[in-house]
Each structure stands twice: as C-alpha cells, then as structure tokens.
Design a protein. Structure first.
Length: 200
C-alpha cells in the first residue's frame, strides 16, 4: 500500500519555519537599532568630549623625567602616577597673583626616604606664612627631584612657592583636584632637597 504525503504536515512545517524566520528578522532589526543608537551616542559632540576627557585621564602614561644627577650620570625617574606634566608659562607671562584672605594651604610629601624631612620643611614653610595641612611620606620614596602640584589653579600660588624654594617652573604641575578641599598646593620633596633655597 503506497503512502500518500499529507498536506497538513507540510503546512505545519512551513508555518513553523516562517515563524522562526520572522523571529530572527525581528531580532536582527533590534540588534541593528541598538548598534545605531550606540554609534549615535559615541558620535554625539558633547558625549564625545566627555568620553575623551575621561579616557585621557584614566590612560595617562607616567611622564619620564630625565635630569643629570650630581655624579653626571643620567638619573631617570617617573613623575607622580597618572598626573600629566603641564609646563606653566615663564615668569614674564604669568597671570597676576590672586590675593587670598587666608594663607595658602600646603601639604608636604616626603619622596626621598629621609626621616622627618616633611616635618622639617613644614616648620620652615610655616614660618614663611604657609598653612601646613599635612606632612607625610609620598606614595614612593625614590623621587630624585622635587615637584609642586597646583591643586586649585589659583594664579600666583604655585609660582610663589617655586620661587621661594628654587624649584624650576617645568616641575610645577597643574593638577586641579576638587576633592582636596583643604589643599591648594602639594609639595613633593625629592633627593634634591639639599639644593633648595630653604636651609634646614
């Protein structure tokens, strides 16, 4: 007895296949819409600037500073972690100093493993009129050079401290940090502290 194929079974398979194709088409369209939305968000001008700033801040390479040490060999070190080196203008182009109704808030970080160095500098700088907010060891103790980090960007403050200590302007780094509410400047003392203008 010959079997005759049923039309009903063939129709069921066909409609099931059509439903699957429809479902896949809908999913593909949804994925394309999500992709287009992501492209729009990335290319949107305001978002693009913000993302570039945040990614630049999080992927900043540590700048390498090369200086001649006393023995004449090249001393090579890395500047403070994740802080861009910004050269401020030379003294002839500096903005006028902003007078505050309070002393400049200063933190002093010992970056060269000399015991009590931050405290000794703190006493001297307090005598110069600075309000010393903190004196402690830096995150590392192998700085060959001293640095000033300007945390507020108020004109004149970092320059005045650099001039007082004899720190070159290329080692004054603009690094505003709104989270440091009671610090205007951070001074990191390196192994060159003996050559600074303040005598201990």
């Amino acid at each position: 007895m010959d079997r005759i194929p049923r039309r009903g079974a063939s129709k069921g398979i066909s409609s099931s296949l059509e439903r699957r194709v429809s479902l896949l088409t809908i999913l593909t369209i949804i994925q394309l819409l999500i992709l287009l939305l992501m492209i729009f968000v990335v290319l949107k001008p305001g978002f693009n600037k913000l993302s570039r700033l945040s990614s630049a801040r999080s992927h900043i390479q540590e700048p390498v500073v090369t200086e001649q040490d006393r023995s004449g060999t090249a001393a090579r070190t890395r500047a403070d972690d994740a802080v861009p080196v910004v050269s401020l203008p030379e003294s002839g182009d500096l903005p006028p100093e902003v007078a505050l109704d309070r002393p400049v808030y200063l933190e002093i970080l010992n970056g060269c493993a000399v015991r009590q160095l931050a405290a000794r500098f703190g006493e001297k700088l307090r005598d110069e009129g600075y309000d010393i907010r903190d004196m402690r060891n830096a995150a590392r103790s192998n700085y060959p050079l001293s640095y000033i980090y300007d945390r507020t960007g108020i004109p004149g403050q970092a320059e005045q401290l650099a001039k007082l200590l004899g720190i070159p302007m290329e080692r004054v780094i603009l690094d505003p940090d709104p989270s440091l509410v009671d610090v205007d400047l951070s001074l990191i003392l390196g192994a060159d502290y003996t050559g600074l203008n303040i005598q201990l």
